[in-house]
Ligand binder design. Structure first.
Ligand SMILES: [Zn+2]
Ligand SMILES: [Zn+2]
Length: 178
């Protein structure tokens, strides 16, 4: 199962919104934006298969409140064999981007009017991912000694009567060569 195709990601600029007009309009104004994005990568390390939904940007006296629900699929990995697996998640977004930036809020938008959603979406995606997801319920995992994916078949390692500390040492020696 080798994947030689290099995934194409949408340009991270799609997560940057110019909200200067909303800031200028003042409290009470709002704008709904629709997201329908293919494969995207957030802040270099979190991959989404897609991202869909609506977000409402509401200007209030403290900045811009963003609310909405997004459907996505985060690329996680099997807790046992580390195979990448897409995990469906629902992101409930409700976050104030303070304006001007304030130490009281983790997110903000400054006078440029450019609001970057990527860090918030990454945070929400990570929070939404369940722990210990398996590629299948009976995933056999990796051999702790040689690292072989035991779903593909057994390896030649002797049954695990080896002290794990010795196994680690041996793995280290294997790596460093003769
Ligand atoms: Zn697995
Ligand atoms: Zn093995």
């Amino acid at each position: 199962m080798t994947n030689t195709q290099r995934p194409q990601f949408v340009n991270p600029r799609v997560f940057k919104f110019n909200v200067g007009f909303l800031l200028a309009q003042g409290p009470g104004h709002q704008r709904v934006i629709e997201l329908d994005l293919p494969r995207a990568r957030l802040v270099d390390d979190t991959e989404l298969d897609f991202l869909r939904g609506e977000l409402r940007f509401s200007r209030n006296s403290r900045g811009i409140l963003i609310q909405g629900t997004l459907q996505s699929r985060v690329v996680g990995e099997c807790a046992r064999c580390l195979t990448p697996i897409p995990i469906p998640v629902t992101l409930g977004i409700e976050e104030l981007f303070s304006h001007p930036p304030s130490a009281d809020f983790p997110y903000s938008v400054d006078d440029t009017g450019i609001l970057d959603l990527a860090p918030l979406l990454r945070e929400e995606a990570i929070l939404a991912m369940p722990m210990g997801v398996l590629c299948r319920p009976d995933c056999a995992g990796l051999c702790p000694t040689c690292g072989q994916d035991l779903n593909q078949g057994a390896c030649d390692c002797p049954p695990d009567d080896i002290d794990p500390r010795w196994a680690m040492l041996r793995a280290h020696l294997d790596q460093t060569g003769d």
